[in-house]
Design a protein around this ligand. Structure first.
Ligand SMILES: [Zn+2]
Length: 471
């Protein structure tokens, strides 16, 4: 059934304007003033509200096998939670175990994701290296619509990519026209700091941030930027959490390097003091990497978003329930790393970003959907309310309020890092592929309606090391 959204203000990354929006056949069919109501058309009155592209969360982990367990939200519950919060596309991660074939892992994740009710796409992690990985990266880019590869510089003895893997994979990404991304933490330093803290008897969550101080992140950010510069490839740094990392990215960009930074909603509003709690359950629930930081880093992250040195916001949604977190009751290094947020990111960003005057409504669209869609080549299909785009739309009620709580969330797990926060500005409706899937508290999702989004490669190049050769 066609849907006509009337009387609202359309907000895109570049401007906002009064217009009706007609959605038909899964696409935006018309944008303009006073569009005719056709027969059989569902009409949504959006007066006093904003009509914006649905959110793109470029970093989630549904159903992730990790640290001896599996994250609690599967692709159905996770995407349902996303839709209720106005996010209509998730970018999740295929993470092969070392020596596991990339293609096998890719088809495993594709299978799990078939139950999604929002659109989804995958970054693929490069966790080891040989000729088959080189070959499969090509197959993924050329036939499967993958244009980004993830590298964990942390998690030694598990999925960590060392310099050999990084350099080989960055070079291959360049040949293929794909974007290398990094989880930037020096895994060797983390490992040794963890051992040291345990030896000193620091076994609780309080030790978690001490094992991953900002310098551990900054070294890895700097190293990835340097490798990308030598090889002449772009770079996307996931979950930038501290001032020094923002500075490194800003410096690289000022030199002309194509480096992008992502920040998590959690890192923007939660600080390190959560790990000081004597309540293991509370402190462990906040264990994720990089950890929450001292308040001073939050300003740097907000400044980065405001001035464009950081381009995207994500959640790293990876929920574990209290029983799972309890696996690390006597050893903080065994607490499964991860927090939620996929259903709250948009509202938290609006409340803390737009209501405070840090971001305009258009800048909100940039950092919650359009920039991620551009960097990963889904724009304007995603991240834009324009004719021909996917009808993935959030109707935003700037006067609506909600108090975030684990008790009322749709995501699984009995915890929410934004617990108790009252946000002003919430979705009244979400459309996914032209269907109204959320309307004022009523979630109408069906398993399997989400589609896999293919992302074409950027222009490939064989000019590796050209930057050096030019000098
Ligand atoms: Zn992650």
């Amino acid at each position: 059934m066609p849907v006509l959204i009337t009387g609202g203000t359309v907000v895109n990354a570049d401007r906002q304007f009064r217009a009706d929006v007609l959605c038909e056949g899964g696409k935006v069919a018309a944008v303009g003033l006073d569009l005719d109501v056709t027969a059989g058309c569902e009409v949504i009155d959006a007066s006093g509200q904003y009509v914006m592209p649905g959110g793109v969360d470029p970093h989630t982990h549904m159903q992730l096998p990790f640290m001896g367990t599996v994250s609690a939200d599967d692709f159905y519950s996770g995407t349902a939670a996303a839709l209720s919060g106005g996010t209509t596309t998730i970018m999740d991660f295929v993470i092969p175990q070392p020596r596991e074939s990339l293609m096998d892992a890719f088809s495993t994740w594709r299978g799990w994701a078939e139950q999604s009710c929002a659109d989804y796409t995958f970054h693929v992690a490069i966790t080891w290296w040989d000729e088959s990985v080189h070959r499969d990266m090509g197959t993924l880019v050329n036939t499967m619509g993958v244009n980004s590869f993830k590298h964990f510089m942390a998690y030694k003895n598990a999925i960590m990519a060392d310099d050999e893997v990084l350099v080989n994979s960055f070079r291959r990404s360049l040949e293929l026209g794909a974007v290398p991304t990094v989880h930037a933490e020096n895994g060797e330093l983390v490992f040794q700091l963890q051992q040291e803290l345990l030896k000193q008897g620091m076994t609780g969550p309080r030790a978690h941030p001490l094992s991953r101080p900002p310098a551990v992140e900054t070294e890895a950010v700097q190293r990835a930027i340097t490798i990308a510069n030598v090889i002449n490839t772009p770079l996307y740094v996931v979950h930038v959490s501290c001032r020094e990392s923002v500075d490194a990215i800003a410096h690289a960009r000022a030199r002309g390097q194509q480096v992008y930074g992502e920040v998590l909603a959690g890192h923007l509003v939660v600080d390190e003091s959560v790990y000081q709690s004597d309540d293991f359950e509370f402190a462990a629930a906040h264990v994720m990497s990089p950890p929450f930081r001292k308040k001073s880093h939050r300003n740097a992250l907000w400044n980065g978003l405001e001035n464009g040195n950081l381009q995207t916001t994500a959640t790293d949604h990876c929920t574990f329930c209290a029983e799972q977190k309890a696996m690390g009751k006597t050893d903080f290094t065994k607490i499964p790393n991860g927090c939620g947020g996929v259903e709250d990111r948009m509202a938290v960003l609006w409340d803390e970003g737009v209501n405070t005057g840090r971001l305009t409504a258009s800048e909100f669209v940039q950092v919650t959907s359009a920039n991620a869609a551009r960097i990963f080549n889904m724009y304007p299909r995603k991240g834009s309310v324009s004719v021909g785009a996917d009808a993935d739309i959030v109707i935003w009620d700037p006067e609506g309020t909600r108090t975030i709580s684990a008790a009322s969330q749709r995501a699984k797990g009995s915890f929410n890092v934004f617990e108790g926060r009252t946000v002003k500005g919430i979705p009244s409706h979400t459309l996914s592929g032209g269907a109204v899937v959320y309307a004022r508290g009523d979630l109408r999702v069906r398993k399997g309606t989400g589609k896999y989004v293919e992302r074409p490669a950027f222009k490939p190049t064989h000019q590796a090391f050209s930057r050096i050769a030019d000098e």
